[in-house]
Design a protein around this ligand. Structure first.
Ligand SMILES: [Zn+2]
Ligand SMILES: [Zn+2]
Length: 280
């Protein structure tokens, strides 16, 4: 797992919050919610999960992407295809973990909010101000406020019609209209009215208008891209040296090989650290 671990180390120095698990000595599971580079509440994101097994990079990683937020359905499928292409086209078996994470981030930055419809009214999200829920679902703020008002009326009706001993048991919490995740937790029949009115008010205050156009990749993307490009060039160069050495008689000095690997890991990490300042 040496090749994979070296690259995972570099990955963790570029991306914050990568969750790495080692269920067995010959398997690594990486998980990260990747966001587009504009750090706003409306940033698009996907969850990337990667299983890397012994034999990588000869054995390609298994990549799953899920929970698309802030990107349309066609773009999500396109991203999936782009990842598949990176894996398919990697015939020279180069490390591709970092490349895949980078591709996701670049793609989200370039394609977020394009062709996205409101989950409630199904009209384009760019047509009027939007709101992003705590579960990262995007909808028009007007549609969401209308949804809250409908919920409020339904709760009132339900409480009115409930048997006296059942009134307290009426669930007055608001759930996301898309994924049903709870958006309130402490609503009771005493406070639900005030809480929901407050949510409506806050929704109107927090609403944002999407700039529904393709955005140019930011300088940060370019920095990371350059770092990754150098990382790949270095890997290709070392791979060539290794091939030449093998051709020369196939004698591989284990100590020399180990040293080279250490150099390779250090080089990779050093380049990344060097780039950290300008990124910030
Ligand atoms: Zn809508
Ligand atoms: Zn949701």
């Amino acid at each position: 797992m040496e090749a994979a671990d070296g690259e995972i180390e570099a990955l963790c120095s570029i991306w914050e919050g990568v969750h790495v698990e080692s269920p067995t000595p010959s398997e690594r599971i990486l998980k990260l919610k990747i966001k587009s580079l504009e750090d706003e509440t409306t940033s698009a994101s996907v969850v990337v999960e990667m299983i890397v097994k012994e034999g990588y990079p000869l054995i390609p990683p298994q990549v799953t992407i899920s929970n698309p937020r802030g990107i349309g359905e066609p773009e999500f499928h396109e991203l999936r295809r782009k990842i598949d292409r990176i894996i398919e086209e990697n015939s020279d078996e180069m490390p591709i973990i970092c490349e895949i994470f980078q591709e996701c981030s670049d793609y989200l930055t370039e394609n977020q909010h394009v062709n996205m419809d409101c989950s409630i009214c199904l009209l384009s999200l760019s047509s009027s101000p939007i709101i992003v829920t705590s579960c990262d679902h995007f909808m028009h703020s007007m549609c969401f406020c209308r949804y809250l008002t409908v919920c409020l009326e339904e709760f009132r009706k339900e409480i009115r019609e409930a048997q006296p001993y059942m009134k307290e048991k009426v669930d007055t919490n608001i759930v996301c209209p898309v994924c049903r995740e709870s958006l309130t937790e402490e609503n009771t029949i005493q406070n639900y009215n005030a809480n929901i009115q407050k949510m409506i008010k806050e929704t109107k205050q927090k609403q944002k208008t999407l700039r529904n156009k393709k955005r140019r990749a930011s300088t940060t993307t370019e920095d990371v891209q350059n770092t990754m490009k150098r990382w790949h060039e270095e890997q290709r160069r070392l791979a060539k040296i290794y091939e030449k050495q093998k051709e020369k008689g196939g004698i591989i000095d284990i100590e020399e090989d180990k040293k080279r690997r250490e150099f390779f890991i250090e080089t990779g990490t050093a380049v990344v650290e060097e780039e950290e300042d300008p990124v910030i």
